[in-house]
Ligand binder design. Structure first.
Ligand code: SF4
Length: 379
């Protein structure tokens, strides 16, 4: 099988070198594809490599034709769902293999709310929640993706193509790896795609990219070295190993004590706050005692805890959502007793089933408007 996507940078470099073509031209190809596709609707694409990407060495065109025919992207947009308030857009993307992944765009207005006591600058922005795998092998039993099992890793190009599809709808400012899959189980493709996102033509800041993991300890140990400045989010979901194992079977391989040690080391090296995600499951992990356990576990860390009201849409779940009152009580204990910044994720995009990722979007139940920019939480 040839290269899957023109955005598979590593594969492209190998192929270019094989034919004696300078790999600096890959950046030129990416720029033309990105800029041209942003200006066109997919049904308007009539791709002609010579016309759309001029000035390449003549040897490059046969290579592009043989690998990619007249298709600038390997994936296609199968369907698009907009939430009724137009804040959330879910993209269903069909990969070359015929499998589907989801990416979700969430829009927010940075002028809403205050930062450091001042009105916030900026304007309308968008965060893209991106997938790293088809399915997932971690098997978290509150998660719709977990019920699918693992199907395939995405290539770095397939990950980047989600950003390209999304950019035809909104100017993407933040990317969060909180869609389908466990990103650190697809480590090299995720690292390669994140590096590419910070370069031309995407030019995202690394501090605006967040990778979320259930806690793959050996990968966390490498992450700061490979992507210094990246935001790390950890789906902790429980303050004790026995509860974690019950709701996240894969946690058996990653004992909580060792995970916390790896996070201490990560924080010592990166000097960055870590985002802790905590899904609230009625009667499982949402009692006062759990809040105290969590507070004690995290009180020596620089973290932001994001409490996620459980969303049962699309799952055959045995779990029920925690009441707003219990969520608020949990938050009060975390803040009041342990002085840990603790937010509550606003549910959004539920009318399009776009709410089951783990995106950080707001601070309090009942607040239906301002959406919080993720880097404001972790920086
Ligand atoms: S919550 Fe994340 S890690 Fe767990 S099964 Fe779902 S996608 Fe995989």
């Amino acid at each position: 099988m040839g290269i899957r996507s023109v955005f598979d940078g590593g594969e492209m470099r190998i192929e270019f070198e094989k034919y004696g073509i300078d790999s600096k031209f890959i950046a030129m190809i990416w720029k033309h594809v990105f800029v041209n596709l942003k200006a066109l609707k997919e049904e308007e694409w009539e791709w002609d490599w010579e016309k759309q990407v001029p000035s390449l060495p003549s040897l490059a065109y046969p290579l592009l034709h043989s690998n990619f025919k007249n298709k600038p992207l390997s994936s296609s947009l199968h369907s698009v769902f907009h939430s009724s308030d137009n804040v959330t857009t879910k993209l269903l993307i069909k990969l070359q293999s015929g499998a589907f992944v989801e990416a979700v765009i969430m829009r927010y207005d940075t002028r809403l709310g205050r930062y450091a006591g001042q009105p916030r600058p900026g304007g309308l922005r968008a965060t893209l929640c991106i997938s790293s795998q088809v399915g997932c092998k971690m098997g978290c039993n509150f998660c719709a993706t977990g019920t699918m099992g693992f199907k395939a890793n995405l290539t770095s190009g397939e990950i980047l193509e989600q950003l390209i599809h999304a950019s035809t709808f909104s100017q993407i400012r933040n990317v969060v790896f909180m869609g389908m899959g466990e990103p650190l189980n697809n480590y090299s493709a995720v690292v390669e795609s994140v590096r590419a996102m910070t370069q031309s033509p995407f030019q995202l800041s690394l501090k605006r990219i967040t990778v979320s993991t259930v806690g793959i300890i050996h990968a966390i140990k490498k992450l700061h070295h490979d992507l210094p400045g990246l935001n790390l989010a950890v789906s902790l979901h429980a303050p004790a190993q026995d509860i974690r194992c019950k709701i996240m079977p894969a946690a058996r391989a990653f004992p909580l004590g060792k995970l916390m040690d790896s996070l201490q080391e990560y924080q010592r090296n990166s000097l960055q706050k870590i985002l802790i995600e905590y899904i609230m499951l009625d009667g499982v992990n949402d009692e006062e005692q759990h809040a105290h356990q969590l507070g004690k576990l995290l009180e020596t860390f620089e973290v932001v805890v994001n409490l996620i009201p459980f969303n049962s849409i699309g799952t055959l779940s045995q779990y029920k959502p925690t009441s707003e009152e219990k969520v608020s009580n949990f938050q009060k204990i975390m803040r009041g007793t342990y002085n840990i910044r603790t937010t509550v994720r606003k549910q959004m995009g539920q009318d399009i089933n776009g709410a089951c990722g783990q995106l950080v979007v707001n601070n309090s139940p009942g607040n239906t408007h301002p959406l919080t920019d993720i880097e404001d939480l972790v920086i």
